[in-house]
Write a new protein. Structure first.
Length: 94
């Protein structure tokens, strides 16, 4: 962005100082807006990271619960088969 200087500004130091002050004020406003946007972005990323950790923990609990259910089902099936095997074995011996 090229700064255009008027003839008045080149010839009058007071005009130059006033215009420079205005330019710096505008620049400072832009930097403040940029700083606010970066802060908001940083906060949003922090919230997303916390949510991801929470979701991962919840997902892990779900997987562990499902695995426990499958194991319990398999164990109950094995116990049922063993009980049926004990019932059938004496009958075969007769």
């Amino acid at each position: 962005m090229a700064i255009q200087q008027s003839r008045l500004e080149r010839e009058n130091l007071e005009a130059h100082v006033d215009l420079c002050a205005e330019r710096y004020r505008v620049l400072e406003e832009k930097l403040n807006r940029l700083e606010n946007k970066v802060d908001n972005l940083s906060n949003t990323i922090s919230v997303m990271a916390e949510k991801q950790v929470t979701d991962k923990a919840s997902s892990n609990k779900l997987v562990i619960g499902a695995a426990g259910t499958v194991i319990a089902g398999l164990l109950s099936t094995v116990v049922l088969l063993l009980l049926n095997l004990q019932t059938v074995t004496p009958m075969m011996g007769q």
